[in-house]
Ligand binder design. Structure first.
Ligand code: IPM
Ligand code: MN
Length: 352
């Protein structure tokens, strides 16, 4: 019996999480997986009404669950940064979810903007470091507002934080058993301290994984190769900031944000699964948003819990939905099916 915390939060979050739960329930029923859902009402509305972003008591409760299922964070009336830092990043940091795992997989039947590329070419995973780098929030202002103003935003890496991320990526590459190639994506030609540390750890740790081929790309070239030759990649490991950027590019080549899911993983603790898209306020409550990203996040959560059979059922249903052409377009409002119809159809496929 798993305890799963559900945090739908802002914008379209509640709509896509509703479909995700519906599909998960169908798969769980078939596979006899039992869980208990604990719903939390957090996000922009709650903050505007009470001033609370993430109460310490909630954080303590979240430390005890088996997994967290998150919708989307971001509210048009809340200053950017408050919810992002106070809720999403605080959860990632406090729960020490040091890996952000983002598969980039083009399913058959989904259109990619890349000319002449198909599902056999686009199937890799980005392992993004998730607790350090430019995201650590270190820095400050000097003489703020004056013409002599100084703004500092520090990029901090630790040996331990870098090493645990790189080792996770090596192990994932072995586990995938595809091209057995791990690519380090950095900017070590310019970031000659921080990314020098990444380079050294990559080489040192790599000795423990002699069967994994090591590859290296600078982040700018990585963007180019992801478009030109995505088939070269198997697993990419990278720092927090670069991982944020290249996974939006990755989402586009796999068919759009409507389909891209990710996991914030603490291999020794509590992990959290979410669609990569944001709260998309424009589409809130219209039953038009694509729920597949959130549904895939649910699939990743089941897989993480060790429920491979239930996870696989969801993935097979998604593949059927897409390859049989039930969805016209991945973009919100253009799918040809509503948000809830998409969930219903996946449930039907699972029950069959
Ligand atoms: C993501 C998002 C977040 C990030 C934002 C909302 C803080 O863009 O999950 O990729 O930058 O990590
Ligand atoms: Mn992002």
């Amino acid at each position: 019996m798993y305890n799963i915390a559900v945090l739908p939060c802002d914008g379209v979050g509640p709509e896509v999480i509703r479909e995700g739960l519906k599909v998960m329930e169908a798969a769980a029923k078939v596979c006899d997986v039992k869980y208990n859902l604990i719903h939390y009402d957090l996000g922009g509305e709650k903050y505007l009404a009470t001033g609370e972003v993430l109460p310490d008591s909630v954080l303590e409760e979240l430390k005890k669950v088996d997994a967290i299922y998150l919708g989307a964070v971001g509210h048009p009336e809340v200053k950017p940064g408050i919810l992002e830092r106070g809720l999403l990043l605080r959860l990632r940091f406090e729960l020490d979810q040091y890996i952000n795992l983002r598969p980039i997989k083009l399913y058959p039947g989904v259109e990619t903007p890349l000319k002449d590329k198909g599902p056999e070419d686009i199937d890799f995973v980005v392992v993004r470091e998730n607790t350090e780098g430019l995201y650590c929030g270190a820095g400050g202002f000097l003489r703020k507002g004056s013409s002599y103003e100084v703004a500092i935003q520090e990029m901090i890496y630790t040996r331990q934080g870098t090493e645990r991320c790189i080792r996770y990526a090596f192990e994932l590459t072995q586990k995938r058993g595809k091209k057995n190639t791990l690519t380090l994506c950095d900017k070590s030609n310019v970031l000659t301290y921080g990314h020098d540390l990444w380079q050294r750890i990559f080489a040192e740790a790599g000795k423990d994984y002699p069967d994994v081929k090591r590859n290296h790309v600078y982040v700018d070239a990585c963007c180019m190769w992801m478009v030109k030759n995505p088939e070269w990649f198997d697993v990419i490991v990278t720092c927090n900031m670069f991982g944020d950027i290249i996974t939006d590019l990755g989402a586009m080549i796999q068919g759009g944000l409507g389909i891209a899911a990710g996991g914030n993983i603490n291999p020794e603790g509590v992990s959290m699964f979410e669609p990569i898209h944001g709260s998309a306020p424009k589409y809130t409550g219209r039953n038009e948003i694509n729920p597949i990203a959130a549904i895939s996040a649910g699939q990743m959560m089941l897989e993480h819990l060790g429920e491979d059979k239930a996870a696989d059922l969801i993935e097979q249903a998604i593949i059927k939905l897409l390859s049989e052409g039930h969805i016209k377009d991945m973009a919100a409002g253009k799918m040809g099916l509503s948000t809830s119809e998409t969930g219903d159809l996946l449930v039907k496929f699972i029950e069959e």
